[in-house]
Write a protein that binds this ligand. Sequence first.
Ligand code: FE2
Ligand code: FE2
Length: 183
Amino acid sequence: MKKSSTTKKTAANPKEALPGQPMSTPVVTTSGLLELFTDGIKNMYWAENHLVVALPKMVNAAGSADLQSAFADHLEVTKTHATRLENVFELLGEKIQAKKCDALEGLAMDGEHIIENTDTGSEARDTGLIMAGLKTENFEITSYNGLIQLAGKLGKEDIAEILRQNLADEIEADQLLTSLSEN
Ligand SMILES: [Fe+2]
Ligand SMILES: [Fe+2]
């Protein structure tokens, strides 16, 4: 019942090119998808490496021992995420390369602003840090979900499987931060 796929090439289509003229109807093709995917991996590689630098600041700034260890554990997991992405580059036959992720840079800045604008050991500091952490995890979850879908479209199931491992860790971190925010 997909009308577009059956009518797209008929002469009745008003967007059909006139004889002798090039076809002007935009056609959705799969070209560019691999480039989009590779760029997305480069962005996430930048993001994970940026978080390896940002998370120690969160560890030091957190007041509660539980929050400190949540950030410290996630720092170790984040290093693994970067390593897994290096495996993805290898499977893609691409050289390992980071491409700046503006969104993640902004989210990390949010965390720094929380530290600047709250008192050491205050409930406001820890609450703000949890909120900043949750925003970051949500960003990573959404990004990996999109990349997994794209990997599937490209028939790269081995890569999708690696990305699912990162996704599972982000979901776990999100759940832990959510439970800390409720306590
Ligand atoms: Fe991550
Ligand atoms: Fe994360």
